[in-house]
Design a protein around this ligand. Structure first.
Ligand code: CUA
Length: 346
């Protein structure tokens, strides 16, 4: 199953928003996503958690705005009114300076605690567990294969595929520094702290693609540490799971077979796993079904053979200091064959 512009990306979007999805795929994400609507916005919630956080935000903003206007009005009144015509000055100081803030902040505190408690408690159903580990600068994603979707565990990268309508518990850890997982359209932030295990619960109530971003400065390429959450109807999600559990597809022609041989010959398997081949490295992302993902290098490039070839030969130019060396000694035909083979791994 391929999550690409042309099917899932644009399938559930109204026409007016399709150009955004396509622009995102073309790597033009930054200016587009700064808009209030869209794939990475806390203002267009795709599930209960994000909707409740939005409600809290709106309540805080409106409350603060009302109080601000009230305080400014009183200030003007106090300045223009003569002190002898300003009644109950002492009562204003005690009431407005102490009683009012204590009451308002206490009410807000109770509201926020209740809401936060609901956010960390998955609703009734057993959640789907996904393990997510931050690394400089990508995300390792593991499906441990527990109930209710028991089966062989597998790893993927920079993408969480989840079933619509079911709670998901993301167990977050880090391999190096502090990162923070944030998918504004689905949930609040959760930090990845060295030596600590944190949990993030979320649920998507409508299918679609939600973009996430590392929300804690974690080094030179922090800005290029994005990921996607793809919420699928349950039947499509189960088909995706089945596909991910299977080994990489066999090369369909001599060109792709040549790409696979070159991948192994250049030692790519020392860092990457491609199940179904001798490549079993665990330093970099699992590439078994990399061709079916939305992006390359944690949202840095679109998932195309051209981008694969660019990444293989110039990764240090595209994302300096990332863990993969640039294979700039590789000839063009070899890079192209490897790129086409990787792109075919859906
Ligand atoms: Cu990882 Cu910022």
């Amino acid at each position: 199953m391929r999550h690409r512009a042309g099917n899932l990306v644009t399938r559930d979007l109204p026409a007016s928003r399709r150009w955004r999805a396509r622009a995102m795929m073309a790597g033009l994400s930054v200016p587009v996503l700064s808009a209030c609507q869209g794939v990475q916005s806390a203002l267009s919630p795709g599930g209960r958690d994000a909707a409740e956080i939005l409600d809290l935000g709106v309540a805080l903003f409106l409350g603060a705005a009302i109080i601000f206007v009230g305080v400014m009005a009183l200030t003007v009144w106090a300045v223009v009114a003569r002190p002898d015509r300003f009644p109950g000055a002492r009562a204003w100081v005690i009431g407005g300076g102490a009683v009012f803030p204590i009451v308002v902040l206490s009410v807000l505190q109770v509201y926020e605690f209740a809401l936060a408690r609901g956010l960390v408690t998955p609703s009734g159903e057993r959640p789907l567990r996904i393990d997510m580990r931050g690394l400089m600068w990508w995300w390792e994603v593991r499906y441990p294969g527990e109930e209710p979707y028991s089966g062989a565990p597998f790893a993927t990268a920079n993408e969480l595929v989840i079933p619509v309508g079911r709670p998901v518990e993301v167990v977050v850890t880090t391999a190096d520094v502090i990162h923070s997982v944030w998918v504004p359209g689905l949930a609040g932030k959760q930090d990845m702290i060295p030596g600590h295990v944190n949990r993030l619960t979320l649920r998507a109530d409508r299918p679609g693609i939600y973009r996430g971003q590392c929300a804690e400065f974690c080094g030179a390429q922090h800005a290029l540490m994005a990921f996607y959450v793809v919420a699928e109807p349950p039947d499509r999600f189960e088909r995706w799971l089945e596909r991910q559990r299977s080994p990489a597809p066999a090369p369909e022609n001599a060109l792709l077979a040549g790409g696979r041989s070159a991948f192994l010959r250049y030692g790519c398997g020392a860092c990457h796993t491609v199940r179904g081949t001798p490549a079993a490295g665990t330093v970099g992302p699992d590439l078994t079904h990399v061709g079916g993902r939305l992006s390359l290098a944690a949202g840095t490039l679109p998932n195309t053979a051209g981008a694969f070839a660019d990444w293989i030969t110039a990764s240090q130019h595209l994302k300096p200091e990332n863990g993969m060396p640039s294979f700039d000694v590789m000839d063009g035909d070899t890079a192209r064959a490897i790129a086409l083979w990787l792109e075919s791994l859906e």
